[in-house]
Design a protein around this ligand. Structure first.
Ligand code: UD1
Length: 419
């Protein structure tokens, strides 16, 4: 098991330039979308993170040929040779369920393991299932696997009871090859959903309402190949912005899309940081005094749940009490106990974490339980005095490309230990 070891300093100031990678959450559905056509789909700005490799292993099992280069990926699924996404893969990466909609739409059958529990709470897929049923799929559940079958999906009018990113993505992909019109209401509007829809449009899909709550899709008989760039990762960018504010440093982020980070930038400014936005760049200059504030996670364009853990670390250094309310996932406070080990003062009450600051943290051995929790522990380790060792670091590799290398170049004393 690899670990990350950080020599933290209360007075560390990160400085320099960091290039933001392509978005993990945008590339995964884009890879799944290649199942909708026998032609080649070429993706640019692909992050080399573990979830991409897991998705490609899954795709290979389904019949895909692919070629992964530095930042570029071409995929070709001439025929779907197997319809099954195994438990091993779905358990490793819940986003594996994104193959369900496209596989069903293209070949009439998809068998996908039920994801089961996960570290950030119950994450059901009922909304994916209900939507596919409305498109005419026959869905059965046996031995922990869902089988969805339909000779020809039919367009339908579907309202999501709750906003779901993966559910919206699965349904849009399926609806592209359904017969007739599909209307999807209460869609997730995350930039990753929009990025997927733009790829689908390039492939020949007829979608109206990109980035809106209601989308209309006119089904087509087939889709073709496309060349498409993945958007910058707004969560990786947000994590580095927090690192800048937390260490009272001065960082320039490049290859970033500031319009996807408006809520996060607002919150950083409230905390006291100076944030300057240019076309594809953001500069952050941390302030000596960090102000406390309350934050509530909500679907885009609200404050992202995937930035909650990182902001909690920033709030430990703020003067006063901050309350973070998590409305998207229950049990998404697993980082709190680890932050307590570093000396933070945080209480959890239901969906709220109450952070009392400022605290000076001291390094300790901590264990990551999910991707964003591990990011928060690395951030905390930067400013906790002494050695912090973050265990089970494979979580971070799922979604961050060489985070320790990027932080080291900014002045952090951080290394990866194997075994
Ligand atoms: C995606 C992101 C994840 C992010 C999350 C919320 C990817 C690969 N992952 O996850 O990083 O934290 O969006 O922004 O893009 N729900 C149901 N039934 C369903 C589906 C979802 O009740 O069928 C609930 C979930 O339990 C959760 C909420 O809806 O409470 C939002 O989940 P969803 O948007 O679907 O998250 P993911 O797509 O899994």
């Amino acid at each position: 098991m690899e670990k990350i070891k950080i020599a933290g300093r209360d007075d560390l100031k990160l400085k320099g330039t960091v290039r933001v990678s392509g978005s993990k959450n945008a590339v995964l559905p884009a890879i799944a979308a290649s199942l909708l056509t026998r032609d080649k789909v070429e993706l640019g700005n692909v992050p080399l993170v573990k979830d991409v490799h897991t998705m490609l292993t899954l795709m290979k099992g389904l019949g895909a040929d692919f070629h992964l280069r530095r930042n570029g990926l071409s995929l070709e699924v001439k025929t779907i040779s197997s319809a099954e996404a195994t438990y091993e893969l779905v358990r490793a990466m819940r986003a594996s369920i994104l193959v369900l909609g496209p596989m069903l739409a293209r070949s009439g059958k998809a068998v996908v393991a039920l994801p089961g529990g996960c570290a950030i709470g119950l994450r059901p897929i009922d909304l994916h299932m209900n939507g596919l049923q409305k498109l005419g799929a026959n869905i059965t559940l046996k031995h922990g696997y869902i089988t969805a079958e339909a000779t020809q999906l039919q367009g339908a009018d579907i309202t999501f009871e709750k906003k779901t990113v993966g559910g919206t993505e699965n349904l849009v992909m399926a609806a592209c090859l359904a017969r007739g019109e599909t209307v999807l209401r209460n869609c997730a509007r995350e930039p990753e959903v929009v990025n997927l829809c733009s790829l689908l449009v390039k492939m020949g899909a007829k979608i109206e309402g990109l980035g809106e709550e209601t989308m209309k899709i006119q089904g087509v008989a087939e889709l073709g190949g496309a060349v498409h760039d993945i958007i910058p990762d707004r969560i990786e960018a947000g994590t580095f912005l927090v690192a800048g504010a937390l260490t009272r440093g001065n960082l320039l982020l490049t290859e970033v899309e500031p319009s996807h980070l408006i809520t996060v930038i607002d919150k950083l400014r409230i905390s006291g940081a100076k944030v300057e936005v240019k076309k594809n760049k953001i500069r952050i200059t941390g302030s000596e005094v960090i102000r406390s504030q309350d934050i509530t996670t909500s679907p885009y364009p609200g404050f992202p749940t995937d930035m909650q853990a990182q902001f909690m670390v920033l709030m430990t250094r703020a003067s006063g009490t901050s309350i973070i309310t998590e409305t998207i996932f229950e049990r998404r406070f697993s980082h709190v106990n680890e932050l307590l080990r570093l000396g933070a003062s945080i209480e959890v009450s239901g969906d709220k974490a109450i952070i009392h600051g400022p605290t000076k943290m001291s390094g300790a051995e901590v264990t990551a339980t999910d991707l964003r929790a591990s990011a928060s522990l690395i951030l905390a380790g930067l400013v906790a005095k002494g050695w912090t060792v973050v265990n089970e670091v494979e979580h971070i590799d799922r979604g961050y490309e060489n985070i320790e290398g990027k932080l080291r170049r900014l002045g952090a004393d951080i290394e990866r230990l194997s075994g």
